[in-house]
Design a protein around this ligand. Structure first.
Ligand code: DAH
Length: 341
């Protein structure tokens, strides 16, 4: 009987040596120390033994049971240490790995150019005046000296709404009337930025929506020289102190005289390239002296007041500055484009 017990012990110890995890150890416990294990069956069967055999077998059984329990808890401890260190190893971070770059948002290229332009005009004493995107035909055209049927309306194909005479503004110029009616008879120095809308075929050069920045100065002694000087100063601040400018006569119903300003092509310094179409000059804005009819529509006496106005397109300026070939990129929401700025 004692030999049988020693064999049971040897088998259990051998099996314990194979145990590799706490789950396996639990299985081992059930098999070798559980109620139905060979050891427990022998201990439970003591009644069937001869009387004189019982103390010896009992002692041996208890000793073996203690041995197995001690060995099992030692095994449990070493498994726990091994499992913890494996877990730590698996979860450890390699602090020498380069970090993953955080992809932050950024300002849209149009907003970047708009802000640059605001900052320049702010330095020159112009404040931002915002006006509405949805306008009436009266403000968008009539008060700006485009009577109904005027041929210059053809240049600004219009989005109409279901309400008669309510339209999406085709330019920021109607803001001139709002500003004049608000500030009259005080002098004015404002820029009027905003989105404009035109019912046009979308092409590489034209979009149905785009920004404009309008400017308006009204006062008692404003001359065409002021217009030229101010816009030339703007061009130098925007494109560099050395940049040359030129004014060409033009026509807009709301200014008289009217002009367009060109800057020397900043990509080829006037030598001629693809962007300036080999002209050496880039047109960047329209301008002129506020038409007397427009001044009086704004509430100012054209005998006492004069003013100048201008309008420029920041997308157009961005296209020239960054040699962007297609205006559709601006509202295409393609991150590959947007991330470049
Ligand atoms: N409103 C004109 C347009 O959209 C741009 C413009 C030209 C505005 C001359 C002005 C200006 O204020 O004086 O084509």
């Amino acid at each position: 009987m004692i030999e049988q017990l020693e064999q049971i012990e040897a088998n259990a110890m051998q099996a314990l040596a194979q145990v590799q995890s706490s789950a396996e150890l639990q299985t081992w416990q059930n098999a070798h120390l559980g109620k139905k294990s060979p050891l427990m069956l022998v201990i439970g069967n003591m009644q069937s033994l001869a009387k004189e055999e019982r103390p010896l077998v009992g002692q041996a059984g208890n000793r073996i049971k203690n041995n197995l329990q001690t060995a099992a808890s030692a095994r449990a401890e070493s498994l726990a240490v091994a499992e913890l260190s494996a877990k730590l190893k698996a979860e450890s971070i390699d602090v020498t790995l380069p970090g993953r770059p955080h992809s932050g948002g950024r300002l849209h290229v149009s907003n970047q150019v708009l802000r640059q332009i605001y900052a320049i005009w702010a330095e020159m004493g112009f404040q931002v005046y915002r006006s509405r995107d949805v306008e009436t035909d009266e403000y968008n055209f009539q008060l700006l000296n485009f009577p109904v049927g005027h041929p210059a309306r053809e240049m600004q194909d219009t989005f109409h709404t279901h309400i008669p005479d309510v339209i999406l503004r085709t330019h920021t110029s109607p803001g001139q009337i709002h500003a004049m009616r608000q500030f009259c008879p005080e002098p004015i120095r404002v820029i009027l930025p905003g989105m404009c809308y035109r019912y046009e075929q979308i092409t590489t050069r034209s979009e149905v929506q785009f920004h404009q920045i309008e400017g308006l100065a009204v006062g008692r002694n404003i001359t065409f020289s002021d217009l030229k000087g101010t816009l030339t100063d703007f061009a130098r601040r925007m494109f560099g102190q050395g940049v040359r400018t030129r004014f060409r006569t033009s026509y807009f119903p709301f200014t008289e005289p009217s002009a367009e300003m060109d800057v020397e092509c900043f990509l080829c310094s006037g030598k001629g390239c693809k962007v300036c179409k080999y002209a050496g000059w880039l047109e960047i804005l329209g301008c002129g002296m506020v038409h007397p009819v427009v001044l009086s529509n704004g509430g100012y006496d054209p005998q006492a007041f004069t003013g100048f106005a201008f309008g420029m397109g920041p997308e157009r300026i961005a296209m020239l500055k960054y040699a962007i070939e297609d205006i559709r990129y601006f509202w295409g929401n393609d991150l590959r484009f947007l991330k470049q700025f």
